[in-house]
Design a protein around this ligand. Structure first.
Ligand code: AFP
Length: 348
C-alpha cells in the first residue's frame, strides 16, 4: 500500500522483498526459488545503478573496443551491467542459463552439477547504452522462463520458447530515479529505489496503461523506408484535427525501455518497424520485445509485430530481431488497421 503522506514515511512503503515474499506465500506450491531469483535480479540492478550514478566520475564512459553480437560497439557500461547480472544470477543458484545481448552464446550457470536452477533468464543488461554519455535514461530488460519439463540440459534450444510461456518479466529504468517494474502474470507493479536505505519501494502498484494516448514514438529519420500503411498512419497522427485530438506529439528518446516506461504510465505507442537497414526490425524478440509485451498486456495494452501478437511468435534464434508495435491498445489497433489498409488518411 502506498502511504497517503509524503516520502518521509518510508516505513509505510512495502519493500520489493516484502512484496515478493507476500506473493510467494499466496502460491501454495511455491518453493521460494522464483522469489530468490527476483531478489538476485534486484541486487544486480542496485549494483548497476551504483555504477551508473558514478558515471562521469569514474571512467565508465566509452567503448570496450569490442563489437557485440548485434554488430554494435560495446560500451564499457554494457559490459559492466552484463557482468553484474551474470555474477548475481550465478551466485544465487536459481538460474540454469542466461542469454544476454552482450554474449553471442547462451551462458550455462552450473554446468556439470546435479542440482541446477530451474529458471532461464534472458536479458538486455543495458538497453540504450549509446545514450549514457549524455545523461539520458537507460535500462535493463529481463525475461524469465522455466527450464521445460523433462529437459535436463540448459541449452539455447530450451530458451527458445514463445513469450506466452514467460513466467516473469521486468525492466529497470536508471533515470531521474531508478525504478524496477515487473510482472509474474498477475498485474504489473513498480518499485522505486530509495537511495537512502538502498531498497526498492512499492510506489506504482497495479499499473494500468491508458487505453489511448497522445504520444507516439518512432525514429522518423527512417521514414523513407517505412511501408505505405505506416507512412499514412504517421501522416494521419500529424493531421490538424483538434476535434479528434490530433496532431499527436512525438516523443523518441532512443532508449526503448525509457520510451516504453513513459508510454506505460501516460499512454502512447512505440514503433520500431522493418526498415531498409533492419529488414526484420531492430529490437530483439527474446529480451526486448517479449518481456515488454508481457508487461504491456498485463497492464491492459497490446504488442504486435504488425501482423501477429508478439508473445505468440515462435523464436528461432536467441538474438532474433522483430518489428514491434507496442503500447496503448487503441493506438496499437489503429496502427495495425493502417498496416492492413483498413484505415486511410481520411479516416476519422
Ligand atoms: P543501444 O543499446 O545500442 O543504444 O540501442 C538502443 C535500441 O536498441 C533501443 O533501446 C532504441 O529504442 C533503439 O535501439 C534506437 O534505435 P535507432 O537509433 O535506430 O532509433
Amino acid at each position: 500500500m502506498q502511504p497517503e503522506g509524503k516520502l518521509e514515511e518510508i516505513g509505510a512503503f512495502i519493500t520489493l522483498e516484502q512484496f515478493i515474499i507476500d506473493n510467494q506465500e499466496s502460491v501454495a506450491s511455491s518453493t521460494g526459488a522464483f522469489s530468490r531469483l527476483l531478489r538476485d535480479i534486484s541486487v544486480a540492478a542496485k549494483l548497476v545503478n551504483w555504477h551508473m550514478r558514478r558515471a562521469g566520475i569514474v571512467d565508465v564512459f566509452g567503448s570496450t573496443g569490442e563489437i557485440n553480437v548485434q554488430g554494435e560497439v560495446q560500451a564499457v557500461m554494457d559490459a559492466l551491467a552484463h557482468k553484474e547480472f551474470v555474477r548475481a544470477l550465478r551466485r544465487g543458484g536459481e538460474c540454469c542459463m542466461i542469454g544476454s545481448e552482450e554474449h553471442s552464446e547462451a551462458i550455462p550457470m552450473r554446468a556439470g552439477e546435479v542440482e541446477q536452477g530451474k529458471y532461464i533468464v534472458l536479458l538486455d543488461p543495458l538497453d540504450g547504452s549509446s545514450n549514457i554519455e549524455v545523461n539520458v535514461s537507460v535500462g535493463t530488460i529481463f525475461s524469465i522462463y522455466h527450464l521445460p519439463d523433462g529437459v535436463t540440459e540448459a541449452t539455447v534450444d530450451a530458451a527458445l520458447q514463445p513469450g506466452v510461456q514467460q513466467v516473469g518479466a521486468g525492466y529497470v529504468v536508471y533515470g531521474s530515479s531508478t525504478i524496477l517494474v515487473y510482472t509474474t502474470g498477475h498485474g504489473v507493479n513498480g518499485f522505486t529505489l530509495d537511495p537512502s536505505i538502498g531498497e526498492f519501494l512499492l510506489t506504482h502498484p497495479d499499473i494500468r496503461i491508458p487505453d489511448d494516448g497522445d504520444m507516439y514514438s518512432i525514429n522518423e529519420g527512417n521514414y523513407e523506408s517505412f511501408e505505405l500503411g505506416l507512412k499514412k498512419h504517421i501522416k494521419w497522427m500529424q493531421q490538424e484535427r483538434p476535434d479528434a485530438k490530433r496532431p499527436l506529439s512525438t516523443r523518441y528518446i532512443g532508449s526503448f525501455v525509457a520510451d516504453f516506461h513513459r508510454n506505460l504510465l501516460k499512454g502512447g505507442l512505440y514503433m520500431y518497424p522493418a526498415t531498409h537497414k533492419n529488414p526484420s526490425g531492430k529490437l530483439r524478440l527474446m529480451y526486448e520485445a517479449n518481456p515488454l509485451a508481457f508487461i504491456v498486456e498485463q497492464a491492459g495494452g497490446m504488442a504486435s509485430t504488425g501482423s501477429q501478437r508478439i508473445m505468440e511468435v515462435v523464436p528461432t534464434a536467441l538474438h532474433q530481431r522483430i518489428p514491434l508495435f507496442i503500447g496503448s491498445s487503441k493506438m496499437v489497433e489503429t496502427a495495425l488497421a493502417f498496416l492492413r489498409g483498413e484505415m486511410d488518411l481520411d479516416s476519422p
